[in-house]
Ligand binder design. Structure first.
Ligand code: HEM
Length: 181
């Protein structure tokens, strides 16, 4: 309930959080765009022909290949899920990527489909800590895809020569050579 200025250390930590949370994640999204749309050239051609479908395609990309596959929680009190008690003091890893592929929520979840009405997915988390940058990330995704497709409508990736990023918090690619048509 008191107003005070942030300390230098708090600002440094926050800038660090934004840099990590905001740059690494969207960078990984761009990598997945390159891979998934190379694997689905028919859908990529549809986006070239009709760029108004790009926001929906970005939503499906976020569902299909979430840049952050999980979030963690420390359990402060006993809590019951699915008839089982998770005891206080536990560390809980919530698999967002798995929820995004839950067949009870998404019919035929392993199919990438830019026409899917994605609705609620959990790539940006859920509840109190829902991603502060979700709107910015979606905007960046749309603009990146619009600009790439405008310049290079056709590409193939060399997956054998691609390198995965060895991080534990986000999943994606460090490099992925592409042949541009
Ligand atoms: C595709 C891109 C992104 C993905 C997949 C993503 C994912 C997430 C997820 C899953 C959380 C929840 C963490 C939790 O519940 O423990 C989160 C929180 C957060 N994100 Fe993002 N994010 C993205 C982009 C961004 C951007 C662009 C920014 C800012 C420039 C940002 C800033 C934050 C911040 C500050 C939080 C913490 C919110 C809180 O704890 O209240 N994120 N993000």
């Amino acid at each position: 309930g008191q107003v005070r200025r942030l300390t230098r250390q708090e600002i440094q930590i926050f800038v660090g959080v934004i840099a990590g949370a905001g740059v690494e994640t969207t960078g990984r999204l761009f990598g997945w765009m390159g891979k998934v749309l190379a694997e689905h050239p028919d859908q990529r051609r549809e986006l070239v022909a009709d760029p108004t479908a790009i926001p929906r395609a970005v939503e499906e990309l976020l569902r299909y290949e979430p840049p952050g596959p999980h979030v963690a929680r420390y359990v402060t009190e006993d809590v019951e899920y699915h008839g089982r008690t998770v005891p206080a003091g536990s560390a809980l890893l919530l698999m967002l990527a798995s929820a995004n592929h839950d067949e009870r929520r998404f019919p035929d979840p392993e199919r990438f489909d830019i026409h899917r009405d994605v609705g609620q997915q959990v790539t940006f988390g859920h509840g109190t800590h829902f991603c502060l940058g979700a709107a910015l990330a979606r905007l960046e995704g749309r603009i990146a895809l619009e600009e790439v497709l405008r310049r290079w409508p056709d590409w193939e990736v060399d997956l054998d020569a691609a390198r995965r990023a060895p991080t534990s918090t986000v999943r994606g690619w460090d490099s992925m050579p592409a042949v541009i048509g």
